[in-house]
Ligand binder design. Structure first.
Ligand code: TYD
Length: 208
């Protein structure tokens, strides 16, 4: 039997289109007959809502950001994602732990990758990570100044982008350039996902 539950994550620098591509990917997989559950971080829980407020406040220490993102994720994974995986859904999350590693480590030199991993210790790992890449100078142009959150400044986001790519190369995550026609970018994402599912099914069948 083919396993139908997978945990996929789309992440990347602000403006790289994680939300758009998560939704498009979900539609594509649903059309193929898969049960799909779409979710995002920050979540819609009370912790996630608090985070949304805090994202506009430059006084909040980066360590508080990191701890709240970790709490939001702990709740997210253990209450929501795990349940959907157990029910046989493909879960696609718009952002996950990689965002904490990259954004919070970029925010402060006192924050290490190891510490972020430690405070996120009780959440499950994604089966597949896709990092969308775009030059923040291009993506921020699309936003109005009064809509910007505290992370949305070019110098900060350039560092975030570089760190996403550095980590993706080290960890062998898939990198997709999203500075392209949406349909082209989406097609690349779909190919990566279908390849993964195909390979996983082949391995499973060979082991039976
Ligand atoms: P984002 O996906 O941009 O939400 P939206 O598109 O709805 O505004 O996420 C909000 C911001 O939070 C974004 O700048 C990335 C940041 N972030 C972190 O710093 N750490 C995290 O762990 C997560 C999940 C997001």
């Amino acid at each position: 039997m083919n396993k139908q539950s997978y945990f996929f994550v789309l992440d990347g620098v602000d403006g790289s289109g994680t939300t758009t591509h998560t939704k498009l990917l979900a539609g594509y997989l649903e059309n193929k007959g898969y049960k799909v559950y779409v979710t995002q971080e920050p979540t819609k829980s009370d912790i996630g809502l608090l985070l949304r407020k805090i994202l506009k406040d430059t006084e909040i220490p980066p360590t508080t950001d990191a701890l709240l993102f970790a709490a939001d994720r702990d709740f997210h994974y253990n209450i929501e994602i795990k349940k959907k995986l157990d029910e046989g859904f493909i879960v696609i999350s718009d952002r996950y732990i990689e965002a904490s590693i990259v954004y919070q480590c970029t925010q402060s030199e006192d924050i290490s990758v190891e510490w972020i991993k430690l405070i996120n210790k009780f959440v499950g790992k994604p089966d597949l990570m896709i990092i969308l890449d775009i030059n923040p100078e291009i993506s921020l142009l699309r936003k109005k100044n009064n809509e910007l959150e505290k992370f949305e400044n070019i110098e900060f986001l350039k560092k975030v982008r570089d760190f996403f790519i550095k980590r993706a190369k080290k960890k062998n995550y898939n990198i997709v350039n999203s500075d392209d026609i949406i349909e082209f970018t989406q097609e690349k994402i779909q190919n990566i996902v279908m390849e993964y599912i195909k390979k996983d099914n082949t391995n499973r069948n060979n082991n039976n």
